[in-house]
Design a protein around this ligand. Structure first.
Ligand code: MN
Length: 388
């Protein structure tokens, strides 16, 4: 039987009790966000701020020309062999679409601001586009990350009310990555780190990477675990349907990575660490109850795992999810119900998604002013410590 305890106290939990508790809490949250029950929104409106909502888009991409050139060179050489899923993903989009993306990814001013204004986006949180520096050798990756962070920081300094950035780091060398995170937060004003899932087939639950978590927890900044294509060991079956990219491979890879962090005990070691997942939490909120019940049956009884809490506890205490690419009613409502209204943030995923369309479809959900403000603005201001 699991040694897990519920999040409200130290009572030993059984699978059945865990499940009942999960359902009670999810139902209570549904009520709190106004999805069920009549009092939900009226209650939430108490003490609400007024005035226009500042939409903060939290997963917005850029790339430096240096990284684009290095990626082309790598994929023309070793990358074709070592990154089979990435090689496929780079062929599935029409060249005209890819060119339109590239023009926007490398724009550090006019076009970016113009499309933000057209969409009604007040602020972008900048992330180095996937796969970033994680395909390169350690030294090259560290240098490219440092340059990318300096580049993003210049844009943030030029337009402090429009941009903030998360630092790109190169996990290939964990202690150097921790140092770059510390430099980026302390000297450049970055609001956290971003990592594009696996690094050369390795996952962050391996304790050799934990200096990165130690630094993030000490600095009290979040890490955005952004998708990339499945690792080489998992790529095979994704290749013939050409499903290695955002159509499914991203969620399969990154959802697994996040689950590995939970099952690997990362949050028992770093209880204050906060991980941000895009794309509605890469399916984990949808699976949360099943993960709990099967954890109790398949992992906990044999002593294979000895987490302090059941898996959904960590999902709700150590993760925040964003709506990138998922700005439609059902997944947004599910995320609000499972994660709670404090742990969902809006993202457009520009330029891969049309930001105006993301805003239009998010608004069409009709969450009501108070809840929409939380997801658009308040949660991002708290998580990234942005001045109102
Ligand atoms: Mn993205």
């Amino acid at each position: 039987m699991t040694e897990g305890v519920d999040s409200d106290g130290a009572r030993p939990a059984t699978a059945k009790a865990d499940r009942r508790q999960f359902m009670r809490r999810a139902t209570a949250l549904l009520g709190a966000v106004g999805l069920v029950g009549e009092r939900g929104l009226a209650q939430a409106a108490d003490g609400a701020r007024t005035g226009p909502v500042a939409r903060i888009a939290t997963e917005e991409a850029f790339v430096t020309p240096e990284i684009t050139a290095a990626t082309l060179a790598y994929m023309a050489g070793d990358g074709a062999r070592d990154e089979p899923a990435l090689a496929v993903a780079r062929t599935v989009t029409a060249p005209a679409v890819r060119n339109a993306w590239n023009r926007r990814l490398t724009d550090f001013g006019a076009l970016r601001l113009e499309e933000m204004d057209a969409a009604g986006i007040a602020m972008q949180i900048l992330l180095l586009s996937s796969p970033g520096v994680q395909i390169f050798a350690a030294d090259q990756a560290a240098e490219l990350a440092r340059h990318a962070n300096d580049t993003a920081a210049r844009l943030c300094r030029a337009y402090p009310s429009r941009f903030a950035a998360l630092a790109a780091i190169a996990p290939q060398s964990p202690s150097a990555a921790a140092d770059e995170l510390t430099r980026s937060v302390g000297e450049l004003g970055c609001r956290g780190a971003m990592i594009n899932s696996h690094t050369k087939g390795e996952y962050l639950d391996d304790p050799k990477f934990w200096p990165i978590f130690e630094a993030a927890q000490a600095l009290d900044v979040p890490i955005y675990l952004h998708p990339r294509e499945p690792s080489p060991a998992m790529a095979g079956p994704f290749i013939s349907p050409r499903a290695t990219g955002s159509i499914w491979g991203y969620a399969a890879e990154t959802g697994l990575h996040a689950l590995r962090l939970i099952l690997g005990g990362v949050f028992d070691n770093f209880p204050r660490l906060q991980i941000i997942l895009g794309h509605g939490g890469e399916a984990l909120p949808f699976f949360a109850d099943r993960i709990d019940t099967r954890y109790a049956v398949e992992l906990a009884p044999g002593g294979a795992r000895s987490l302090k809490f059941q898996p959904s506890h960590y999902l709700r205490e150590n993760f925040i999810v964003t709506t990138s690419g998922m700005n439609w009613k059902q997944p947004v409502e599910l995320c609000l119900a499972v994660m709670g209204p404090e742990r969902v943030m809006f993202a457009a995923d520009w330029p891969f998604e049309d930001a105006s369309e993301a805003v239009r479809t998010f608004d069409a959900i009709g969450l009501g002013e108070t809840l929409a403000r939380r997801v658009y603005e308040d949660n991002a201001r708290r998580v990234f410590r942005l001045q109102a």
